[in-house]
Design a protein. Structure first.
Length: 1046
């Protein structure tokens, strides 16, 4: 479309946006006039009414944000309508809906509609505005109401329409507005995503099933934004009121973000708190790592219950007994209770399911009732006065048995008195943990250096003693949940007993003392009556590609569940720089790099990040101030690693990353967070060695002598010395596994995907040598995720593998120019110039190339054969039994029928057969899919394990013989067609190197001629089976009966 035509559309949309703003102002004016009129008419001004009007008026404030974000054209029952979608609901001059708020069911339905689906949306147009001015638009869905006419429009218009339609059908239409948003300068805080929200994000925002929604998402996936937009959606769709929702986050920076985003979405009145502010009280101190670990552990709740139980002294009333009886005198009456009765009363009170002080009151009431029963009629006429007199006289034995104590006093006693702590924590804590908790009490309670963990403990005690529960909410949104301690999770449960939560986090960004291995470990500490559901965000929007891939090994070290990230942004030069400096030049290096970044001309933010205890933190800040860099404002900030979670900056300068990883539990998680705060560039400055999770490819190789990093097959950690760069000692008994246990992989491929048009005759130039090829960050990241390796080990293993595959592997070239080197189910992908390894792929579930070459036996296959697979792995029997089979699928064997396989001839035959496949008539996909899935299902049902081939064939071992099944969906089942397909199947088996004893054709109906099946078997050795009345018939190679394989 020409620029003039685009400008005309922009002008038309500008008219609509101007109208929306006028209508919004009109609605605001009407509300203000109504508020004044009601106030004048009321003799007594209502505070509640004034607040309500103020809230309504405030909702019209959009703070300079874009009001209208989208146009939607609809066709329903032959009628055409146009609506706009925006931040507020707006009615036009006639009262009709003109702008639909983005959270309404209709707007959500329109935004979810895909071009490949039947629907009512004929046009969905995104608008980009600066304030109230339309500057651009993007048609992300165009669906013609009439069948397209190929003769209409210029060739360029027709080509553009076809391209747009194909992109919509593939779900891959480019989003120019999102790319513009990613280039926007950052100031530390994030913004709302109303203008750029994607379908996968919107689905989670509008998630409406009961229970807890857990959203796992890596850096830059938008999970925090989703959580806050979800708050607005819940409110706008009448799930809750503002006062019923609590938002909990990790820091003041997060609260600042909430205070900006929620009002911009039209949401006010929602409570937001730092997680450390959940409990009332002033934090005056900080715990040591051991103290915090113990106080925040779930076992501490049992210790506190033990401390409360310890306050009760059964039998303490005995010192008040006279001849086995407790007696008091009321005027002339002597009232008596036997010691045995007191024991029974005590047991009854203690057995109540109630707070301890309620049980104390029950004990007192029962004693008083027993005394009143003995009083004279004249005394009982005193009523409550008599009860008060008796209660006062029983204060001695009651207080001795059941002393009243506050939570503060009890907690001070618990920490101060080793004997009290020992009794409360018997069989719960270790001596070392008790020693960590013990500290002398301060002179007064208001002088105690309470930590945030102490406040949580005292809240638990307050509930145990008095049942004084905190404010409750119907829904809680909690961010950075991976860092929550068990005691913090218990606090959330107390505030939301319904279990309706939105839990946001990333296990790989865990920096706390209680690392959760998976989300079920975390949710076990929550009471969730309606259960919980895990959803994962896998697409990163914000972080540069090279930076994300460089950070992956740190994520792997932090969480065993890390998956390979998808990044929206293509790699660009200059995204990542690593520089080693001398200790005396590091601070000056920071100053120089910051000034270089600021001198690039655009207003960009820069964050200098170092470990909390780094000796370079303050000197760097001082140097930047002295050098006139605007620290403290939006331009440059110097931050500790613990402060940057949830923040984003254009540029990040990371100082001495090893200090972060060496700083204690959660070090790798803190490094991962620090590495992923940038949107443009990352600079790593260091004086010493980098941690194993980072590597500078241009730095000289370090000394490799260290303790072996691997495990034996039985899970034992190896203790040998290793001198190889990949960290494996290769000594007898050490099998080189990086994990203690076999890991279950949901995304394990059965075969390596063969791209269309692969040129298997192409060969690399002889000048390509392993030492001249670099290993890219993406390849290291893929290896790290697959094999749980650090960056250094990934680099070393890929480099060694590259040398082997260059001389021994099969080579091929893709249509995009990239090279494949592969062998035995392992593949390296090189760039067009064969100068860098850009990807690593394998079908092996856990063995690396080095292990495979060394003859290490697959733990997965071995345990399957022995029948010792864990339930977790046994549920996926295909993964459990076929790692070696996967390898064989990529190893050309000598076929059992026909001559030895000649590689060149096999490649040419594959190309010839690919050409035949392109000339074949279209298959009946529904019948093909039905036959193929029926076959696979029946094979599984009878205890067999079919494997799907790249050609679409099915390979399965039955009764010791491997059978290759080829599905024939066409209606022609005459001998001529069967003979043709049988030959193609035999050729495919030989050309692909498939290790199959027999070949079997699978037909939708019986063969046309009765004699064709036995003739085909006799002449070619190919069997035939077919479906008949829901049963399989025929097949000498595979006996069948009752619809299933025998």
């Amino acid at each position: 479309m020409g620029s003039k035509a685009r400008q005309r559309i922009i002008e038309q949309e500008q008219d609509a946006v101007d109208r929306a703003h006028r209508c919004l102002e009109r609605q605001r004016g009407q509300t203000e006039r109504l508020a004044k009129a009601d106030a004048a008419a009321s003799a007594k001004d209502s505070v509640a009414q004034r607040k309500e009007y103020a809230r309504w008026i405030a909702e019209y404030e959009i703070g300079g944000q874009q009001l209208v974000v989208q146009r939607v054209d609809l066709r329903e029952e032959g009628d055409d309508e146009t609506f706009y979608v925006g931040r507020r609901s707006i009615r036009d001059e006639s009262g009709a809906v003109f702008v639909v708020k983005w959270t309404s069911p209709a707007a959500v339905r329109w935004r979810r509609e895909r071009g490949t689906e039947k629907g009512t949306v004929t046009l969905r147009r995104r608008l980009r505005c600066r304030g109230a001015r339309v500057v651009d638009y993007h048609d992300e869905l165009v669906r013609s109401a009439e069948p397209p006419s190929p003769g209409k429009g210029s060739p360029a218009q027709v080509a553009a329409a076809i391209k747009a339609r194909k992109e919509q059908e593939a779900g891959s239409a480019e989003d120019p507005f999102l790319h513009q948003e990613l280039e926007r300068s950052r100031d530390g805080l994030m913004r709302d995503i109303v203008e750029t929200i994607h379908r996968d994000q919107l689905d989670l925002v509008c998630h409406d099933r009961p229970g807890a929604l857990v959203i796992q998402g890596g850096p830059g996936t938008g999970k925090t934004a989703i959580g806050l937009h979800r708050v607005t959606w819940l409110l706008d769709n009448d799930h809750f009121t503002p006062g019923q929702i609590l938002v909990v986050g990790p820091s003041r920076h997060f609260l600042d973000y909430v205070s900006e985003v929620l009002p911009s979405l039209g949401t006010r009145g929602v409570t937001s708190l730092r997680v450390d502010d959940l409990c009332p009280g002033r934090v005056r101190g900080h715990d040591t790592a051991e103290q915090h670990r113990t106080k925040s552990d779930a076992r501490m709740a049992e210790v506190l219950r033990g401390a409360v139980r310890d306050t009760v002294r059964q039998g303490a009333w005995s010192k008040f007994l006279d001849h086995g009886r407790l007696s008091i005198q009321i005027d002339e009456d002597i009232l008596v209770v036997d010691g045995a009765d007191i024991e029974r009363i005590f047991d009854e009170a203690l057995g109540l399911d109630a707070p301890m002080n309620a049980r104390r009151q029950r004990f007192t009431d029962l004693l008083v009732d027993r005394m009143i029963d003995q009083a004279s009629y004249r005394q009982r006429r005193q009523g409550q006065a008599l009860r008060r007199r008796i209660t006062s006289l029983l204060a001695g034995p009651v207080n001795a048995t059941w002393p009243r104590i506050s939570e503060t006093r009890l907690y001070r006693r618990l920490l101060d008195d080793p004997q009290v702590l020992a009794r409360a924590s018997e069989d719960v804590l270790t001596d070392q943990e008790r020693a960590a908790l013990h500290r002398p009490a301060a002179g007064r309670a208001d002088q105690e250096p309470w930590s945030s963990a102490d406040l949580l403990c005292m809240e638990e005690l307050r509930i145990l003693l008095d049942g004084d529960v905190p404010d409750r909410y119907r829904h809680i949104v909690v961010d950075e949940a991976q860092n929550l301690t068990p005691m913090q999770l218990r606090a959330l449960t107390r505030r939301c007993p319904s279990g309706s939560l939105t839990v946001l986090g990333d296990l790989a960004q865990s920096t706390g003392t209680h690392g959760h291995p998976d989300w079920s470990d975390l949710t076990d500490h929550l009471e969730l009556p309606d259960g919980w559901e895990l959803q994962e965000l896998t697409l990163g929007y914000r972080i540069p590609s090279q930076v994300m891939h460089t950070a992956v090994p740190a994520a792997v070290a932090a969480s065993d569940l890390t998956t390979f990230p998808e990044t929206l942004r293509a790699p660009r030069d200059g995204e990542l720089a690593m520089t080693r400096l001398g200790p005396e030049g590091l601070v000056d290096g920071v100053r120089r790099r910051v000034h270089e970044l600021l001198a690039e001309g655009r207003e960009r933010s820069v964050a200098v990040i170092a470990d909390d205890a780094s000796p370079y933190l303050e000197p760097a800040a001082d140097a930047l101030r002295e050098g006139s860099a605007p620290t403290g404002g939006a331009a440059v900030r110097v931050l500790a690693a613990s402060e940057v979670s949830g923040l984003e900056f254009d540029h990040v300068v990371l100082v001495e990353p090893r200090e972060i990883t060496d700083s204690g539990p959660g070090g790798h998680g803190r490094l991962y967070v620090a590495l992923t705060r940038c949107t443009q560039t990352l600079t790593v400055l260091h004086t010493g060695s980098l941690p194993d999770t980072l590597i500078d490819p241009h730095a000289p190789a370090a000394d490799h002598d260290r303790t072996c990093t691997r495990h034996h097959a039985d899970g034992r950690q190896c203790r040998n010395r290793a001198s190889s760069p990949d960290g494996w000692c290769r000594q007898p008994g050490c099998d080189g596994y990086r994990t203690e246990r076999v890991r279950h992989l949901d995304d394990q491929p059965a075969v390596l995907h063969v791209p269309a048009g692969l040129d298997t005759a192409a060969r690399l130039e002889d000048s390509v040598r392993a030492d001249g090829v670099t290993v890219g960050a993406a390849a290291r990241a893929r290896f790290a995720v697959r094999h749980r390796a650090g960056a250094r080990e990934a680099e070393a293993e890929i480099r060694a593998m590259l040398g082997d595959l260059l001389t021994e592997g099969r080579q091929a070239r893709r249509t995009d120019g990239h090279w494949h080197l592969e062998r035995d189910g392992y593949r390296l992908v090189l760039d067009r110039a064969a100068a860098s390894v850009v990807d690593y792929q394998t079908v092996h579930a856990e063995r690396s190339w080095a292990q495979y070459r060394a003859g290490v036996v697959s733990r997965i296959s071995q345990r399957a054969q022995e029948g010792t697979a864990s339930p977790e792995h046994r549920r996926d029997t295909t993964t459990e039994r076929t790692e070696d089979e996967r390898m064989r699928a990529h190893t050309p064997p000598v076929p059992p029928q026909g001559g030895p396989q000649d590689p060149t001839a096999a490649e040419q035959l594959r190309l010839f057969m690919a050409g035949l496949g392109q000339r074949e008539e279209p298959q009946d996909q529904s019948m093909y899919g039905f036959l193929r899935h029926s076959l696979i299902a029946d094979l599984y049902r009878t205890g067999n394990l079919p494997a799907q081939q790249e050609t679409g064939d099915v390979l399965c071992e039955i009764s010791g013989r491997s059978v290759l099944y080829r599905v024939l969906p066409h209606g022609d089942t005459g001998y001529g067609r069967l003979r043709e397909v049988a030959l193609e199947a035999l050729e495919a088996r030989w050309a692909q190197g498939v290790d199959a004893d027999r070949v079997c054709l699978v037909l939708p109906v019986s063969p046309k001629e009765d004699w064709s099946a036995p003739a085909l078997l006799g002449a070619t050795g190919v069997s035939v089976i077919w479906r008949e009345e829901d049963a399989w018939r025929g097949g000498e190679a595979v006996p069948v009966s009752g619809g299933h394989f025998a």
